[in-house]
Design a protein around this ligand. Structure first.
Ligand code: GLU
Length: 448
């Protein structure tokens, strides 16, 4: 960046920071995008006059509410819930619900802001939102989770609807929880409607929605490798997490002949030097409690307590756990061990200094807003199926998902002229920000 662009950026961030004091994650997400698009805004007088980016940093509204419920011991529990309705410019507000104990408005605002760019990249009519609660579902009984989900939706129901705001799942919220919440909404509204996506298939959910984020990540990664004349076959993949995204990313990677060498959890890393077998993967994703830390010998898998998944040699890194999970030291380890590609299954999993280090080391990096857009894209397809009272086959949805991910990839490579790395490859991070910004800016201008 030159001095003028630097000054423009710091000026802009200072203004945003003054309105969103102390919201670290949110300011991190805004900085990442502003760095790439401010000069474009400055060069276009219509955009400058309309103050496009500054408007995009303000959510339409933030709803906050209490969630009061009763645990199995008969104790009253008090949690906080939020829904950040970021923008309904391109379609109904759309984005997941996350239940994690340390959730904050700053995290939700960053996620909703990122969602606006991600959803724009899918090309589908989707606005942007994100929500959740500071609730920890781990260790809770099914009955407790059902009571919490019911209390949560009772508070949120009035603010959502099939063409106003369509939440889905995210960390801590899976199809079972979505099923309970969808039913609560329908009972209150006295009508059927595709008000949440990621529903169980038996309740009107779409085939392949569960697999979509992980599979989509691999379709995008394959397209990125293809552009460099390579394939997934034989590549070593370091993957983090063992939740929904990781699980299906790993499955698709194995299916494509890659070797998944790591997966991880809060306590450490599972390492399979020759790659997870399908059996080892099935075992890990279904293992309960502490049994997961003692893999049966036959699976050729070890659990290494306290270690990170980035310490073993790999060609591709797929961070699929949570934000800021790859810091500078991890980035150095990855680059030194020969990693050449990174694609984000999680949202904003790489810190800014780590991004810069990986870029200097020549690692091609696909940002989450492009690489993990498969989940929300299939949510868009679920909305289409619900609105048309129809049901598509798994093959049909998978075909659409693959096409959407390849189209996103092509959209980014077509930004190549202004978005390239030192080695002349596409700068996917910049290209994603620029392409999404253009779609949002055009819509804002069209709306006067
Ligand atoms: N939570 C997912 C995401 O981060 C999916 C959102 C959705 O399907 O609405 O994109």
């Amino acid at each position: 960046m030159n001095d003028r662009a630097d000054a423009l950026l710091s000026n802009f961030i200072d203004r945003v920071a003054a309105r969103h004091e102390g919201e670290t994650e949110y300011l991190q997400a805004v900085t990442e995008i502003a760095r790439d698009v401010l000069t474009i805004e400055k060069a276009n007088s219509t955009y400058t006059k309309a103050r496009i980016l500054e408007r995009l940093t303000e959510a339409d509204r933030i709803i906050s509410f209490s969630v009061i419920w009763e645990d199995d011991a008969g104790q009253v529990q008090i949690n906080r819930g939020w829904r950040v309705q970021h923008s309904n410019l391109l379609g109904p507000y759309k984005g997941g619900l996350r239940w994690v104990p340390d959730l904050s408005p700053s995290v939700l605002k960053f996620l909703a802001f990122e969602q606006a760019f991600k959803n724009a990249l899918t090309g589908l009519p989707l606005g942007a939102a994100k929500g959740g609660a500071d609730f920890d579902p781990s260790g809770r009984s099914t009955a407790e989770i059902r009571r919490f989900a019911t209390a949560f939706m009772t508070q949120l129901a009035a603010h959502i609807g099939p063409d106003t705001d369509v939440p889905a799942g995210d960390i801590g919220v899976g199809s079972q929880e979505i099923g309970v919440m969808a039913r609560v909404w329908m009972q209150r509204a006295l009508r059927w409607g595709g008000v949440l996506t990621g529903k169980p298939v038996a309740l009107g959910g779409s085939a392949m929605r569960t697999e979509a984020t992980g599979y989509g990540l691999l379709y995008f990664t394959a397209a990125m490798l293809d552009a460099e004349g390579e394939t997934l076959k034989g590549k070593r993949i370091a993957l983090s997490g063992r939740g929904n995204v990781s699980r299906f990313a790993a499955r698709k990677a194995i299916e494509q002949g890659a070797r998944v060498v790591t997966m991880s959890g809060r306590k450490g890393t599972w390492h399979a030097p020759d790659g997870f077998s399908p059996q080892a993967l099935d075992w890990l994703v279904t293992a309960e409690g502490d049994s997961a830390y003692s893999p049966p010998e036959a699976l050729e898998l070890t659990f290494e307590e306290g270690t990170r998944p980035w310490g073993v040699p790999c060609d591709i890194a797929l961070p699929c756990a949570t934000q800021n999970e790859i810091g500078l030291e991890d980035a150095k380890t990855l680059a030194d061990a020969g990693c050449r590609y990174l694609a984000e299954g999680a949202n904003m999993p790489v810190t800014q200094d780590a991004i810069a280090h990986l870029a200097r080391a020549g690692v091609l990096q696909a940002p989450g807003k492009a690489a993990n857009a498969g989940g929300v894209a299939v949510s868009g397809l679920e909305m289409q199926q619900n609105a048309g009272f129809s049901r598509w086959s798994a093959a049909q949805v998978d075909g659409c998902l693959r096409e959407i991910m390849c189209t996103i990839h092509d959209r980014l490579t077509s930004e190549r002229r202004s978005c390239y790395t030192q080695t002349g490859a596409v700068d996917y991070r910049r290209a994603a920000n620029v392409a999404a910004y253009r779609r949002l800016a055009e819509a804002m201008i069209a709306a006067g």
